[in-house]
Design a protein around this ligand. Structure first.
Ligand SMILES: [Zn+2]
Length: 458
C-alpha cells in the first residue's frame, strides 16, 4: 500500500511500526463554535482511512484531540458572555453531535488539552533545559534557529520566514518564526500555575504531548487539513525532535482545501456554512459521497448542485440494492466467483494507491451496472461490502425492511382488486375480511379518493 507523505513529498510504501496495528492521530477541533463544512472533510476522510485499514484486517487506533483552551475560546466567551469552560463544553457537545450526524465513527481516544496541562509544562521545561526554549516576561518561546532542520515538513526556509515577517511581529522574539509554548495570562483569563508564572500552553504543544502520551512512541500517521502543515505540524515536529530526538510520526497526510463556488470560504464573503446547516438540506451519505468522489489531496469545490447530484448518485446505488430484493440476513452462502472477485481486487488496488476513493466509488457503479446486466446477487453482496468500507449504506437495513419482492407487490394489488369488486357487489363482510387479514400480516390498507393505498406497518 502506498501513502503520499507530506514529509518526503512522495508516495511511499506504507509500513506500520507494529505489523497489523495502526496508530493514527488527527488534529481535532478547537471547540469555540460550530464546525464548518470544510472541517467535515478530514473527519470523513480519516474515518474512511480507519475503516479501510480495518477492512484489511488491521487493528486501528485513531486519536482525535479536542482543543478546549485557546485564544479563540476566550474571544467567544467574551462574545457570548459565558465562561470559557462553558464555551468548551457547549461546542464539544455540538462537535460530537454533528460529526455523529455525518456518520463519522467516534475516535478511540478524544483527549482534551486541559487534561494534559501538567504534561505540557513538563515538555516545555525539558525544551528550556535543552536550550530550545526561552522565557521573556512570563511568555515562553521555542527557538527555531536552534532547531536542527526547522522547515522540513513545509519546505520553508528560516531566512525566508525572517524576510516575510510582517512589521507588527512581536519584537521580543529572537526570530519571527519562534512560536509560543507558554502564554502569560491576562487578567480574567483561564490560567494554570507554571515555573514561568500563571498562563496557558500554546496550541502546538498539545498535540505533541497527547499523541506521545497515548501512543507512547513514534506512531504511524499524523493527519489533518493542508492548512495545518505550517506552522502547526512543522512546530509539532520541531518540539518532538528537540525533546527526545525521536520522530513524532512516520507518515504525514493532509487533505486539500474546500472552496465554495470557486472562492475561499470566509465569514466576510458570506459563504460560510456550518456542517449543521448543510445537514439540514442534505443527508450525511450525500455529503460523504461529495467528499469521497474527489481525491483527498485535491482541492474540492462545494456548491448545492454538486451536493444534489451526489444525493442522487448515492440514491441510485441504494435503488440497485433495493430493487434486487436482496436479503441481508440470508447472504452468507453467496460466494464471489472470479468475475465478481475482479471488482473487489480493483477496489483494493484503488484504495492501496494513496486512498483513491474517487476510483473506488467508480468501481461501486461498475458493480451496480454489472448487476443490472446479469442479475448475479453476489454482486449486490460485494457492492454492500465495499460501500460500507467507504461508510455508505448505513441506512440499508431500514430501507430493505421496507422493501418487498415485486411478486408480493403484485399479490397485494390483486387482493385489493378483489376487495374493490366485493365492495361494488356490496359484499362488505368479504371486503372487510381481506382488509383485516392483510392487517394481521402487517399490511395496512387505506381508502383514498384515488383508490386504495397500502403500506407496511413499521
Ligand atoms: Zn494538532
Amino acid at each position: 500500500m502506498k501513502i503520499y507523505n507530506t514529509l518526503t513529498n512522495k508516495k511511499e510504501e506504507f509500513i506500520p511500526v507494529i505489523k497489523d496495528e495502526i496508530s493514527i492521530y488527527v488534529c481535532g477541533p478547537t471547540v469555540y463554535n460550530f464546525f464548518h463544512i470544510g472541517n467535515a472533510r478530514p473527519l470523513i476522510f480519516f474515518d474512511v482511512v480507519k475503516k479501510y485499514f480495518e477492512y484489511l484486517g488491521n487493528k486501528v487506533t485513531l486519536v482525535r484531540n479536542i482543543t478546549d483552551i485557546d485564544d479563540k475560546l476566550i474571544d467567544q466567551s467574551l462574545e457570548e458572555k459565558i465562561p470559557v469552560a462553558d464555551i468548551a463544553e457547549k461546542y464539544t457537545k455540538a462537535f460530537l453531535e454533528d460529526s455523529g450526524s455525518l456518520g463519522v465513527s467516534p475516535a478511540d481516544h478524544q483527549p482534551k488539552a486541559t487534561e494534559y496541562i501538567g504534561e505540557m509544562i513538563k515538555l516545555i521545561k525539558e525544551l528550556e533545559e535543552r536550550s530550545y526554549a526561552y522565557e521573556i516576561n512570563g511568555d515562553v518561546y521555542f527557538s527555531v534557529t536552534n532547531s536542527k532542520d526547522y522547515g522540513k515538513l513545509s519546505g520553508k526556509k528560516l531566512d525566508e520566514l525572517q524576510a516575510g515577517a510582517r512589521v507588527k511581529t512581536n519584537k521580543q522574539k529572537k526570530h519571527p518564526a519562534d512560536f509560543t509554548l507558554w502564554k502569560k495570562a491576562k487578567p480574567g483569563e483561564p490560567k494554570w500555575t507554571s515555573p514561568w508564572g500563571e498562563g496557558r500552553p500554546g496550541w502546538h504543544t498539545e498535540c505533541v504531548v497527547m499523541s506521545r502520551k497515548l501512543f507512547g512512541k513514534t506512531f504511524d500517521i499524523h493527519g489533518g487539513g493542508i492548512d495545518l502543515i505550517f506552522p502547526h505540524h512543522e512546530n509539532e515536529i520541531a518540539q518532538a525532535e528537540a525533546s527526545t530526538g525521536n520522530k513524532l510520526a512516520n507518515y504525514w497526510m493532509h487533505n486539500g482545501y474546500l472552496n465554495i463556488e470557486g472562492e475561499k470560504m470566509s465569514k466576510s464573503l458570506d459563504n460560510f456554512f456550518t456542517a449543521r446547516d448543510i445537514l439540514k438540506k442534505f443527508n450525511a451519505e450525500a455529503i460523504r459521497f461529495f467528499f469521497l468522489s474527489k481525491h483527498y489531496r485535491s482541492p474540492i469545490d462545494f456548491n448545492e448542485k454538486i451536493l444534489e447530484e451526489s444525493q442522487q448518485a448515492i440514491r441510485n446505488l441504494y435503488n440497485t440494492i433495493e430493487n434486487s430484493g436482496y436479503d441481508l440476513k440470508n447472504d452468507i452462502y453467496l460466494k464471489y466467483d472470479d468475475s465478481v472477485q475482479k471488482y473487489k481486487d480493483k477496489f483494493i488496488v484503488a484504495m492501496n494507491d494513496d486512498f483513491n476513493t474517487a476510483k473506488a466509488i467508480a468501481i461501486l457503479f461498475e458493480i451496480s451496472k454489472a448487476y443490472n446486466k446479469i442479475n448475479d446477487k453476489s454482486l449486490i453482496k460485494l457492492l454492500i461490502e465495499l460501500g460500507k468500507v467507504l461508510g455508505f449504506f448505513s441506512d440499508l437495513e431500514r430501507t430493505l425492511s421496507n422493501n418487498i419482492e415485486p411478486i408480493s407487490e403484485k399479490l397485494i394489488s390483486l387482493l385489493i382488486e378483489y376487495r374493490d369488486n366485493f365492495k361494488l357487489e356490496k359484499k362488505w363482510e368479504l371486503a372487510d375480511a381481506i382488509r383485516d387479514d392483510l392487517k394481521e400480516l402487517g399490511i395496512i390498507l387505506k381508502d383514498t379518493l384515488n383508490g386504495t393505498e397500502w403500506k407496511i406497518k413499521k
